[in-house]
Design a protein around this ligand. Structure first.
Ligand code: SF4
Length: 403
């Protein structure tokens, strides 16, 4: 049986003193983005509005403009006093993202945005229309410190954590674009609401390594009175397996969908494929995932990119099924993700027959398993592929920050 081993192609993985792939958990110190309405609790918003010399109820008006009408344009906020309005709005809703580039599929139903943050760091989000739902894949960090050898985002390491408001602003901007008719592909019989309904934290970054800000963003997403009022079920937080943070997430009492990017059921391979496995092993990550189900009642997703001759062997499907079944029934489903064929690369698509066999074995073992749609790949927007190219950097340098 052929066993292809993970290796980087065209770049060198940074190593620690013991020669293991370097993991960066702490965000490098950089200038923080300006504090924004979405970074604050409702009480803090009222306090800040008062600091700016206005009565506290103005906070509620601003929340409505931003979270329901997706605008930061003072001219549109005619219910605020005209005098000093610009300064007030600017103080509460400082500009956070400057759009540098936009890539669309032919049908216009998938759009990838490249954003520049206030300090020049680049991040991306991908907007996708599906029948009955609109999904936004958001970034939670600029770069990533998890150093996975297959991942374009991880190559440059972690630039910095994103603020909660920088995460939320990706959604607000997408909602504005949808409201303006900018997302194509709508079917005539689709009567679903015209705004982002689903969020996946599968853009740049490891969301659980930026825990506090990601949780603040999730609270704002789900807050019906003071936020975007989205359903927690439609929000998927994915991780490569930061076990203590999974446990913390389970105790939050916000029943988001939880996804574990496993990609291998055995430590020998996973140690190389997902360097954080050197900290928390496959069994520990699966135990934490099962505990998430016990606590929340939400079925866990296991993400598994199928890579030819690396992790797609029938015995690995069986081992995965055994490990999942050993932890009970009905708590998990598996999403194998087909890669694109990349001739000459070790990171290439499994044969279709191998993919099908992998799925069949899991299903036969009683594990619900469905091959995932990989729409974003068409424009390099799939998980682990988000990275700014030199062309993007040049475009960003030529784009003045929004004000
Ligand atoms: S695959 Fe995810 S966790 Fe790994 S380096 Fe890329 S963005 Fe980070």
């Amino acid at each position: 049986m052929r066993q292809v081993r993970p290796r980087t192609e065209g770049w060198q993985q940074k190593k620690d003193a013991e020669g293991r792939p370097l993991l960066q958990f702490a965000s490098p110190k950089r200038g923080k983005p300006p504090v924004h309405l979405a970074d604050l609790t409702p009480e803090e918003r009222v306090a800040k509005v008062k600091d700016l010399g206005l009565p506290g109820f103005r906070a509620k008006q601003l929340e409505k403009h931003y979270f329901q009408h997706w605008t930061h344009d003072p001219a549109a906020m005619t219910d605020l006093p005209a005098s000093g309005r610009e300064e007030f709005v600017h103080g509460m809703l400082p500009p956070l993202l400057t759009e540098v580039r936009r890539l669309e599929t032919d049908r216009g139903d998938t759009i990838k945005f490249l954003w520049k943050l206030h300090d020049g760091a680049l991040v991306e989000s991908v907007l996708m229309r599906y029948p009955g739902r609109i999904t936004l894949c958001v970034s939670s960090q600029a770069g990533c410190g998890m150093n996975c050898p297959f991942c374009a985002t991880g190559q440059a390491g972690l630039t910095r954590n994103m603020s909660a408001a920088e995460i939320i602003e990706q959604i607000v901007r997408a909602n504005r674009l949808i409201a303006d008719g900018g997302l194509g592909g709508k079917k005539r019989d689709d009567h679903s609401a015209e705004r982002v309904s689903n969020i996946v934290f599968m853009g740049m970054g490891e969301p659980l390594a930026n825990y506090a800000r990601v949780m603040q963003a999730v609270r704002v997403m789900t807050d019906k009175e003071h936020g975007l009022g989205m359903s927690a079920r439609g929000i998927t937080v994915s991780t490569v397996g930061l076990v203590p943070a999974i446990t913390k997430l389970a105790n939050e009492d916000i029943p988001v969908t939880f996804a574990l990017s496993l990609h291998a059921p055995d430590d020998t391979l996973r140690d190389e494929l997902i360097p954080v496995n050197s900290r928390w092993k496959v069994d520990e990550a699966l135990d934490a995932a099962r505990a998430y189900f016990d606590k929340t009642g939400r079925r866990v997703s296991i993400e598994y990119a199928l890579i030819k001759d690396m992790n797609d062997h029938a015995w690995r499907a069986d081992l995965l099924a055994d490990k999942l079944n050993a932890r009970g029934r009905g708590w998990v489903h598996v999403n194998p993700i087909p890669l694109n064929p990349t001739p000459g690369s070790v990171w290439t698509a499994s044969e279709v027959s191998v993919q099908n066999e992998f799925v069949r074995r899991l299903n036969d073992a009683g594990i619900p398993t469905t091959l995932r749609d990989t729409r974003g790949k068409e424009i390099d927007g799939a998980c682990g592929q988000l990275v700014a190219t030199t062309e993007d950097e040049a475009a960003a340098a030529a784009t003045p920050n929004e004000d």
